[in-house]
Design a protein around this ligand. Structure first.
Ligand code: CA
Length: 223
């Protein structure tokens, strides 16, 4: 079953699209604003995104650009009648196609089928690249200069958390919560142990990625 993410702030449209798409046999997830949409995109795997342009918090255009930095997932833009988009702007943004509201649902289904067919190999490119590091978020593997670095499941989850928050300090509490879970009752020191083992695997000579923000937590930063 193809999994679709709808990012649309208008409740009526969101609900309508969800029902129609589910009826058509798609698995549907929704987000109410740009920030929530981008967060959902980062945390899960989807086959296609339907993206409204006028969105609160993060505009559709910004969401589209951010997604394109890391993924080739098909994106169909849904625009309001008075927003005239030309093909150049659309391509510049990285979208695959667009529809002007209101549209016939059959027309949307047809465009979705085309977008899904054209991008059937995009799964292989679901990578987050940072410096010489490349994380395959689908295969859950990390590469450095194209050599695989073997990570345990916990190490992977820890690295993923630092990577999606790259250049931002992530507190020890947040790491514990996200990687070990709310109910973890062991020692906080476990985080340092895993950070050290990640460092040994990733940092080399002058090329350091994992840094300590003393008293706060850790940060992934290229130095
Ligand atoms: Ca809107």
């Amino acid at each position: 079953m193809k999994k679709i993410l709808i990012i649309e702030d208008e409740k009526k449209i969101r609900r309508f699209l969800q029902l129609e798409l589910e009826h058509e046999g798609y698995s549907v997830h929704t987000a109410e604003d740009g920030a929530e949409g981008f967060e959902k995109f980062q945390k899960d795997y989807y086959d296609l995104i339907l993206l409204d342009l006028m969105l609160p918090k993060l505009s559709g255009e910004e969401v589209c650009r951010k997604i394109r930095e890391v993924s080739e997932i098909p994106i169909i833009i849904l625009t309001a009648k008075d927003q005239i988009l030309n093909k150049v702007e659309l391509l510049d943004m990285g979208a695959d196609d667009y529809l002007t509201k209101p549209f016939e649902i059959e027309e949307l289904f047809a465009r979705m089928r085309v977008a899904l067919r054209n991008k059937k190999n995009f799964e292989n490119k679901n990578f987050i690249v940072y410096g010489s590091l490349k994380l395959d978020t689908k295969g859950k593997k990390l590469y450095k200069n194209d050599d695989e670095i073997y990570l345990t499941k916990k190490e992977y989850n820890l690295f993923y958390l630092l990577l999606v928050n790259k250049e931002i300090v992530v507190s020890r509490e947040k790491i514990l919560e996200e990687v070990w879970g709310f109910d973890y009752e062991g020692e906080e020191k476990i985080v340092d142990v895993y950070i050290n083992s990640l460092r040994k695997k990733i940092d080399e000579g002058n090329e350091k990625y994992i840094h300590t923000a003393r008293g706060f937590g850790y940060i992934l930063k290229r130095e």
